[in-house]
Design a protein around this ligand. Sequence first.
Ligand code: BES
Ligand code: ZN
Ligand code: ZN
Length: 428
Amino acid sequence: NTSSPVTLEKSGYARFRDLAGPIVSQLATFKLDKVVIETHGLSPEEERALLIGLELASYSYAENRDNPKKTRKKLPALLLKTSEALDSREIGAAARLAFSMNVARHLTNIPGGELNPRTYSDAVVDLFEGLPDVDVEVWQGEKLRQENMNLLLAVGGAATEGPRLVRISYRPKSAAAGTRPVAIVGKGITFDSGGLDIKPSSGMRWMKKDMGGSAASVGLAYWAVSSGLALPLDVYLSIAENAIGSASFRPGDVITARSGVTVEIGNTDAEGRLVLADALDVAVNAEEKPQALIDIATLTGAIKVGLGAEIAGLFANDDSLATEIEEAGRRTGDLSWRMPLFQPYKSMLRSTFADTNNCSDGGFGGAITAALFLEMFVKDIPWAHLDIYAWKDGAGGAFAESGGNGQPIQALSRVLSRMADGAMDGHA
Ligand code: BES
Ligand code: ZN
Ligand code: ZN
């Protein structure tokens, strides 16, 4: 049930998922102990969509403010009688995917004053504590300096809580021997004031969500671990607060990236590509070289002008990886649209004082120049970059409230599943 590539419609699956929102909203208004929903005549796919929708619609930030492990609001007990075709394994799978999205939504919704680089990395450690086959490592302070993470240190330098690089390593015993890990890298700016190139208030208002890419990465990792996905993963979260103070990095500063490339800072508000560059360099040079690399980031305002809130910008140096992500997006209603890595635009990043500038002077092609900047750090690995909005501006569909939306967990969980199954040629 995929749509024409030109109109990029939602799949039937996504339509069913989104029908669940109004059901849950209605139920919440009745004072009932228990509600039984019995489905007849739905396909297993539609039933699965309905289940995911019910869990997404049951999320409330305000009712679970202090605990990302508990995300559901008070509702009557829901007893779902599905067709026999949908077995308990699939019901569990739907619940895990929706819960992982709710974890990402919740992390994204926590205000910048509460979710800072310290509390964020602590929460991630806590989330994976005691789960099998997974290890969480946090780099900060001296370790980041030893590792030459100078771009990450520059961006995070003015904040009370210094930057962190978190690595979630998942090594399932079920993975086929010799399978190389997939690396995921997420932008984790816990608040983006713009730095000394301060944002106007309208542009700053929602910048607590500037860690949405890393929140999706956490959600994906949680989904993989809790599902026992048979594919090794290395998930990197590049976490900093882009704050303003006497220790801020400045326009005109020249900073040497971990990779050795020197970067002139044209604008301190183009901080996402800086923190990602150093994390990409760690991912690419890891002891176990990744078979594919995907980064997720609220990178540019330009992409939302071009594609709007619901469609992620997809940049890739590998056609089969890009096609997988697009196709998975259509099926799951978690859409993306391929954008060009148009090399001539690299000239817009030229600097007189360093190997490259972190942004171009003019505003033209801003999402493309940002992606071209990232490309300098990925070398020869099959790579995809998703420039996301990470946010639902108003309630609607399966989202009973505005806020973090878990974009693009649904699409990427499908991509990773297919990689684990060896369904993706050239990447398993
Ligand atoms: N976090 C922003 C991008 C953003 C803004 C995402 C609004 C979603 C909604 C990013 O750090 C940024 O400020 N980018 C600048 C780059 C520019 C200074 C080259 C932008 O896109 O305006
Ligand atoms: Zn910024
Ligand atoms: Zn940002």
